[in-house]
Design a binder for this molecule. Sequence first.
Ligand code: LLP
Length: 417
Amino acid sequence: MHYFQYKDEQLHAEEVSIKDIVERVGTPAYIYSHATLERHFKAMDDAFAGTPHTICYSVKANSSLGVLKTFINLGGGVDIVSGGELYRALAAGVDPKKVVYSGVGKRDDEIAYALDSGILLFNVESEQELDRIDMVAGHLGKKAGIALRVNPDVDPETHPYITTGLKKAKFGINIERALEQYARAKTLQNLEIIGVDCHIGSQLTKVSPFVDTIKKLKRLVAGVREMGIDLKYLDLGGGLGIQYNDEVPPLPSEYGKAILEETKDLGLHLLFEPGRNLVGNAGILVAKCLFTKKGDEKDFIIIDAGMNDLARPALYGSFHGVQPVVKDQEGTVVADIVGPICESGDFLVKEREVPNFKQGDFVAFMSAGAYGFTMSSNYNSRPRVPEIMVKGDRYEVIREREKVEDLIKGEHLPSFL
Ligand code: LLP
């Protein structure tokens, strides 16, 4: 059951007509389905039923308070990568004991904020970071829970920009040197070593890289335990892919089964950091067709959303399905769907057969719930678009459209001008 469906030729999110929403709030706009968010969270959570685990939703995928709160209400924790994400998660009411903090570049003030907030653990990505966390914790008179993020050198077979677990990546500590670092960590007074962590990449469409990773991690876990360290957590990161086009990623249940098979005898509490899998197909971006233009070599559909609103196609050549909000187009056309930004890379669709959109039509870009709004920017001084959440037959604006005044908020003309 898909919660974005046509009724009487009109696209709906759950019970609400998308046309009704955008006629009221305008375009472009991100629209999320609450039922889809819930279903995806539960599918992931149920995949590990009966085993101690926490789903620490990866805030970077979609950090709207309404989205965070939806998962928190279902018992979720969060995976954060900045003080800003921690602030958001706390504002949404997360239990600090369900917060894991990843990322290669944590600043002292961010480390201190996380320690003061009482988070569960830091996923430490380098030797120097270990010392730094120890030092900051010492100043605050606290003990920092830590796991080492190890780089298992496993190929997730995904886009190079979102591959993180290969030796050449900036992420994590090389698995071959991890034991030395655990030994070092043991000598640091203000650390409590409680876990092992990894995250190998994003949009994985197979379970085998996860399984290969766990096999490597198990050897490490055994080695760490031999040092007398009492491990409690195994954080397996995020990365489970979704269907954008014709990919067939494993279901959360299949992913869960494969992982449980490998980890069942470890006696560790499992942590997961899914982002895309929970939110990707729970959101769409809706834009309006401003103009159509016949070029000499190709046709263009010019819309009011651009690469600043949805960066993925420009950045990674990503595919997002395109659907009319009202199905009243005559036939199809092979065209580029482009935005108003002054860059040739500003396209959402490249040379694809799409409905023959006309001026004024609303165009929905599917699977835009993950890394959509969060990667949007004000480039070309374009206010960021609103976010709307639908639940059943209701919908609410969960983030307002920015106003032009917001664009200069915090700016000052220097007194010497
Ligand atoms: N944990 C860590 C440490 C991560 O770096 C990431 C994603 C996740 C969890 C969540 O991964 P997911 O479950 O969403 O695959 N902007 C790119 C994706 C970048 C992913 C970065 N890290 C895109 O739009 O495809």
